[in-house]
Design a protein around this ligand. Structure first.
Ligand code: PLP
Length: 466
């Protein structure tokens, strides 16, 4: 009990030179708030632990804890992570990395005034939506385009604009849920449209749509299954057939493409994904897709299609709530320019990682293997380090059944330490995410960046030797 009396008053601790020093870089308000918390915790601890400490010892302890706590709260929690998982579009790791030209452009734009909503020709108020529109029209062949916060927002806006209070017909095989709680039936409800399910999980025919159409029908929706495949005895109506039905009945056809590729990935062994341009050419009236999936740009929801529909969306009040900022527009414009320049797979990291050849991956794995062997080779608890084949993934809900043949460095350890080492790697700076397989740790090289190799070796040495 005596010890509790030795706890100095807040005002007294605030006069300590070390605390005065802290106040040079942290606001007094925060210092006082955190100091109160630390003192309160210290009081509880002293009461429970039954130790006796002097006034000086308690002050030292409080100041040290205050410093630690302020260090913790005054730095960002969003940090760089090294992705050694081999999943290119890892939603939990922020999906696409921006292309260097986009990063460069962002740094120029971010700290400057920009012509976001001014027509420099007339000096009058302009629209933020004009900026990416021409690029998207030129790339996709659509009449008009609009960009919002993400693809979930794009689908919401399309449905709310075109089908509020009316019916939207969707195949039962396409009622998808995308990670992070995007569910077609829920989005439909939020938009004010009514979902009319047709067909069955594995088979939907054109006549199912035909029979469901009545005077309440607003549009026909087709959704990319993205993260799943229905295999075996299956049937879905093609976009061409749906577009034909739409023309006959005067109903627009909307396609939620999800990933939305802008260039054909066939030649790199990723077949079967129609480009946005092909979807428009095949008769979709409106197509929505993400900016940060296979496109390889910033998070955004892109809507392209018939002018009359896109103009109606621009006038919708919801658009104001879903709008993108200048940073997104800048990053998206700079990314799209790379598509118009030809060869987007040379500069856009997502496409680079998806199209890199196996020889290059093997060379990189050899290099990482060499560096790791040198730094932690014959060190307990490491047992073996070697190059192995892996199956990497596209991620981001694209190509769910399609592995990418790749290479990794496999490290094995003595019994019982694997998960601890994986945890230490995650908690370090920078955090490193690996894949664990059969009691081994895999560093897949497909998703590593230039500087990552040495950082991995350094962190592994610290963990293994520490
Ligand atoms: C990913 C995806 C979405 C959601 O897109 P976000 O950009 O993550 O909001 C919607 N529909 C489909 C089919 C998708 O694949």
């Amino acid at each position: 009990m005596n010890t509790l009396r030795n706890i100095p008053a807040i005002d007294e601790i605030l006069l300590d030179p070390r605390v005065k020093k802290i106040e040079e870089s942290v606001s007094r308000e925060l210092v006082v708030k955190k100091l109160r918390e630390v003192v309160e915790n210290t009081r509880t601890m002293l009461r429970n632990d039954n130790v006796s400490l002097s006034r000086l010892e308690i002050t030292d302890m409080v100041v040290t804890k205050l410093q630690q706590e302020l260090n913790r709260v005054t730095k960002p929690t969003l940090n760089k992570v090294i992705n050694a998982t081999g999943v290119v579009l890892h939603t939990n790791l922020g999906r696409a990395l921006l292309a260097p030209p986009a990063v460069q452009y962002l740094t120029e734009i971010a700290g400057a005034y920009v012509n976001l909503e001014i027509d420099l020709d007339t000096g009058e108020r302009g629209s933020r939506y004009v900026h990416v529109e021409d690029l998207l029209i030129n790339i996709t062949g659509a009449e008009a385009a609009l960009v919002v916060n993400n693809n979930a927002a794009a689908v919401l806006l399309v449905l709310n604009t075109m089908a509020n209070g009316r019916d939207v017909i969707v195949s039962r095989g396409q009622l998808v849920e995308i990670g992070g709680s995007f569910r077609i039936p829920e989005v439909m409800k939020a938009s004010g449209a009514r979902l009319v399910e047709v067909g069955t999980t594995n088979k939907t025919y054109l006549r199912d749509y035909e029979e469901a159409i009545d005077e309440n029908t607003a549009l026909l929706l087709t959704v990319h299954p993205s993260n799943y495949r229905i295999l075996g005895f299956t049937s879905e109506v093609t976009l061409e057939e749906l577009a034909e039905l739409g023309r006959k009945t005067g109903l627009p056809v909307v396609q939620d493409l999800g990933s939305g590729v802008l260039c054909d990935l066939k030649e790199w062994g990723l077949p079967g994904e129609p480009t946005v341009k092909e979807c428009i050419a095949r008769g979709a009236d409106v197509v929505t897709f993400s900016g940060d999936k296979l496109l390889g740009g910033p998070q955004a929801g892109i809507i392209v299609g018939k002018r009359q529909h896109v103009e109606a969306m621009k006038r919708n009040q919801l658009t104001r709530a879903l709008r993108v900022d200048k940073l997104t527009i800048a990053a998206l414009e700079a990314t799209l320019v790379e598509y118009l320049a030809g060869k987007p797979n040379r500069t856009i990291p997502t496409l680079q990682m998806l199209t890199v050849d196996e020889d290059t991956l093997h060379d990189r794995a050899q290099r990482l293997c060499g560096i790791l062997t040198e730094s932690i080779g014959a060190t307990s608890p490491v047992k073996t380090i070697q190059v192995v084949r892996t199956e990497d993934r596209v991620g981001g809900g694209a190509y769910p059944t399609h592995g990418l043949p790749g290479f990794a460095v496999e490290v094995t350890f003595e019994d019982g330490v694997l998960t601890n080492i994986a945890r230490a790697l995650r908690l370090g700076e920078p955090a490193i995410l690996t894949r664990l397989r059969d009691n081994a740790m895999l560093f897949s090289v497909r998703t590593l960046l230039e500087g990552d190799y040495d950082l991995i070796a350094t962190r592994m040495r610290e963990i293994v030797k520490g």
